[in-house]
Design a protein. Structure first.
Length: 236
């Protein structure tokens, strides 16, 4: 069983500020990601790579097709599943690291990273120990752990974001340019974290514009331009 199966998926945005004009993003997207595999979405900026990740996570509605995601012995069609089922799938099976950290203001960094583990029922002491381990590996100074990440630099916030995404060790990882704001040393740490998850059997689907990261990780590239609409112009 594949971890992710995208089958003939299409997506169009409706631009209400442009009089309801419709902008096709992807048409007939089909590919699969197996457990223990690292697949990269390729293509130029604006090709729809992030949109594909958001459809798999259930953030964006899908106009046509199916997206089947493994949840233990079951398979869930994200397109047809009710919201509660999608939320349960995320809690158990999918970690999603975006380019931007969005958290509740004034919550301490250690608690931000530990939260996915606490939501999964892990004891608080164990959750915070795992959070501490990841923050240490990502070289975020311990003096910052009790502060809210909103006060940090962009690179520090992204390291918190990565630590949070890797904390619960879920079987599917969606990564949207996780290393974009990191220097070479911190990119190397993230590469090692991804390698560890892949070696443990996790399925990794990501967007990486850093060539050193792609070269170190990629098993296969899915070129999103293959799914470009026939006419990218706005339609009334």
């Amino acid at each position: 069983m594949n971890a992710i199966s995208v089958e003939e998926v299409s997506k169009t945005f409706t631009l209400h500020l442009r009089g309801g004009a419709r902008l096709p993003v992807v048409t007939g997207a089909s590919f699969a990601v197996g457990f223990g595999e690292c697949v990269v979405l390729g293509g130029p900026s604006g090709a729809g790579k992030s949109s594909v990740l958001k459809m798999i996570y259930g953030t964006y509605r899908v106009d046509a097709g199916r997206i089947r995601v493994a949840d233990g012995a079951e398979t869930v069609d994200i397109v047809a599943a009710p919201p509660r089922r999608v939320l349960a799938l995320r809690r158990r099976a999918i970690s999603y690291v975006t380019q931007f950290l969005r958290v509740i203001p004034r919550v301490a960094t250690l608690d931000v990273v530990a939260e996915p583990l606490l939501a999964a029922g892990v004891e608080p002491a164990a959750a915070r120990a795992r959070a501490s381990e990841l923050l240490t590996r990502l070289n975020l100074a311990e003096r910052l752990w009790r502060l809210p990440p909103a006060t940090f630099s962009g690179g520090e916030q992204q390291r918190v974001n990565i630590a949070r995404g890797f904390a619960a060790e879920k079987p599917i990882l969606l990564l949207d340019e996780p290393t974009a704001s990191l220097d070479a040393a911190h990119r190397a740490v993230v590469v090692e974290l991804i390698r560890e998850r892949r070696a443990a059997g996790a399925a990794v689907l990501g967007i990486f514009h850093d060539e050193d990261v792609r070269g170190a990780l990629v098993d296969r590239v899915v070129d999103v331009t293959r799914f470009a609409p026939a006419s990218p112009a706005l339609a009334a």
